[in-house]
Design a protein around this ligand. Structure first.
Ligand code: LLP
Length: 431
């Protein structure tokens, strides 16, 4: 079997070499060095349009909010801003970057947790709608300003996700307000003079089946009905959060987008009619779905090493560059970008330069015979890839290149040794 069997767009095999959005990965590695994140503009636009279209087939008032935490490169934000996306931000930093990339404040929803008072002040000044995560946060926000619109993040008691760390609803999570507290929150906000409202949930991340979304949405809408019936609050939007999964393994099935849209929106339409909820916007908040497969990580092989038990391929990207395999045990498919036509011949652990045994990008992976100098492409690196990278082991962070139908541009330069020192200063007594 070849590891390249199923190449999904914009991956392409041209005479055994990997192209991404019509650009040669070998050329990019030669020009910009490795490790290198390569982002496809075409794929981001396709992903956004496919999702938006699937949803608008079933309901007219749709908003797709991009969860900026997945990938906050300014070019990625700009691409989605020009598509008409809204944005989910979790920090003043994400808000600032989104504003800089062209998102107007009214298209940004802030869903933070453990939010500080100075951050609430920043959001109030920037006229950003806040989706509150606790009664404490609401009380502190209302002391700073009376927001024009307010949303409450509810815990719908049903969570899901690809790893425990990524389940954000249910009994053990810190996120959201439970039903009775949500009622208290809306009552307090009304009393303080807030007039326009939304309601929100986010149950987790990396979810491929449709069922958890449907069950959780059902609960969210029951809570919305209680809020409406008991307090007379009507909702401008109902936000079902993100979490839409993507296939990482070759055998994984894609999320059935049409079934997702149909199931979720037929329930939504039925319940808003039955509960007299008017015609609120229906919002989804995907990060991964929009950017994950729109980016690959290129990394060069510098070491091939055999022990009595294992064969290791040492590359220049470690968990400082892509932490998902180390942090969640996540699978990322790997192609040998300069040997796409070679048969799989060996079983390797692909490891990075970090001095920890957990620095593994792939374990027991069947790959063609690898030599020093080969170029590997780690797929599905666009979501929570660069965004979670670090300078651990004093390694400067990677560069990012944007590609679009044969064109390319550097969109984030590689960090240098000076960047490692930029924020540090020596204590006076050590000088
Ligand atoms: N909305 C809220 C409030 C969120 O907390 C998140 C993700 C999203 C939307 C977007 O979720 P997505 O559609 O991307 O699944 N680092 C982990 C994922 C953590 C997600 C955190 N919250 C990973 O690499 O799998």
């Amino acid at each position: 079997m070849k590891s390249t069997q199923k190449l999904r767009e914009p991956l392409e095999n041209r005479e055994g070499r990997l192209y991404f959005d019509c650009v040669s990965t070998s050329e990019l590695a030669a020009k910009f060095d490795t490790p290198l994140y390569v982002i496809s503009e075409s794929r981001i636009r396709d992903n956004y349009r496919r999702l938006h279209k699937a949803l608008t087939r079933y309901y007219g008032k749709i908003r797709v909010l991009y969860a900026a935490k997945a990938n906050s490169n300014l070019s990625v934000l700009k691409i989605l801003a020009t598509e008409g996306a809204h944005l989910d931000a979790v920090s003043p930093g994400e808000v600032s970057m989104a504003l800089k990339a062209g998102f107007p404040p009214e298209r940004i929803l802030f869903t933070g947790t453990s939010v500080r008072n100075d951050e609430l002040k920043f959001l109030a000044d920037a006229k950003i709608t806040v989706n509150v995560d606790s009664l404490s946060q609401l009380e502190r926000l209302l002391k700073i300003a009376t927001p024009a619109v307010l949303s409450v993040r509810v815990n719908p008691e049903i969570g899901a996700g690809h790893h425990d760390h990524c389940i954000t609803a249910g009994k053990s999570t810190k996120f959201g307000l439970w039903e009775n507290d949500a009622l208290v929150a809306y009552r307090q906000a009304r009393k303080a003079g807030v007039k326009r409202f939304g309601i929100h949930m986010h149950i987790g991340s990396g979810i491929l089946p449709v069922e958890p979304f449907v069950l959780a949405l059902e609960k969210l809408l029951e809570i919305a009905k209680r809020v409406r019936d008991e307090l007379g609050v009507s909702f401008e939007f109902v936000d079902m959060g993100g979490g839409l999964g993507v296939p990482y393994k070759p055998e994984d099935k894609e999320l059935d987008l049409n079934a997702f849209a149909e199931n979720v929106l037929s329930l939504f339409k039925q319940k808003i009619a039955e509960y007299n909820l008017g015609e609120p916007f229906f919002c989804v908040e995907p990060g991964r779905y929009l950017v994950c497969d729109a980016c690959i990580l290129l990394t060069a092989v510098n070491t091939v090493k055999t022990t009595p038990f294992k064969k290791f391929v040492g590359v220049d990207a470690g968990f400082n560059t892509l932490i998902r395999p180390a942090m969640y045990g996540s699978y990322h498919h790997i192609l040998v970008a300069n040997k796409l036509d070679a048969e799989d011949a060996e079983t390797y652990d692909v490891v990075g330069p970090i001095c920890e045994s957990g620095d593994v990008l792939a374990k027991d992976r069947r790959l063609p015979k690898i030599q020093e100098g080969d170029l590997l492409a780690v797929l599905n690196a666009g979501a929570y890839g660069y965004a979670m990278s670090s300078q651990y082991n004093a390694r400067p962070r990677a560069a990012e290149v944007l590609v679009k139908n044969g064109k390319y541009a550097l969109v984030r330069r590689r960090e240098t040794l000076d960047d490692l020192l930029a924020a540090q200063q020596m204590a006076e007594w050590l000088q």
